[in-house]
Design a protein around this ligand. Structure first.
Ligand code: FES
Length: 111
């Protein structure tokens, strides 16, 4: 059996699409570049409230981007601008308040 890697605790995972089908100017790349400074500013880079982040070439939506998704809630945001990204970080990731007006889909949970 291979040795398992160590993983620090974290609270959420955010994925940003950097592809060009949802955003022809690939604005997701600039959002992803800015994300780490926002997370650092809000104290979300380390410790149990840490937010893991990732960039991906496509999230399978391919319209209305840049597209951003936050887990574990499975909240999908469309048309994410610099200003909206900052609101998502502060309101949703830090304070747990989803930015409802920018949500276009949410994960369906079985209960
Ligand atoms: S290219 Fe962004 S969702 Fe497919």
């Amino acid at each position: 059996m291979p040795a398992f890697p160590a993983m620090e605790p974290y609270s959420r995972h955010m994925l940003i699409c950097t592809g060009e089908s949802c955003s022809p100017e690939r604005r997701g790349r600039a959002l992803y570049a800015r994300l780490s400074e926002l997370l650092e500013r809000e104290g979300l880079l380390f410790g149990p409230t840490r937010v893991k982040r990732g960039e991906t070439p496509c999230l399978g939506v391919c319209a209305g981007g840049p597209i951003v998704v936050v887990y574990p809630e499975g909240i999908w945001y469309a048309g994410v601008t610099d200003e909206l990204l900052e609101r998502i970080v502060v309101d949703h990731l830090k304070n747990g308040r989803i930015v409802e007006e920018a949500v276009f889909h949410r994960l369906a949970f079985d209960s």
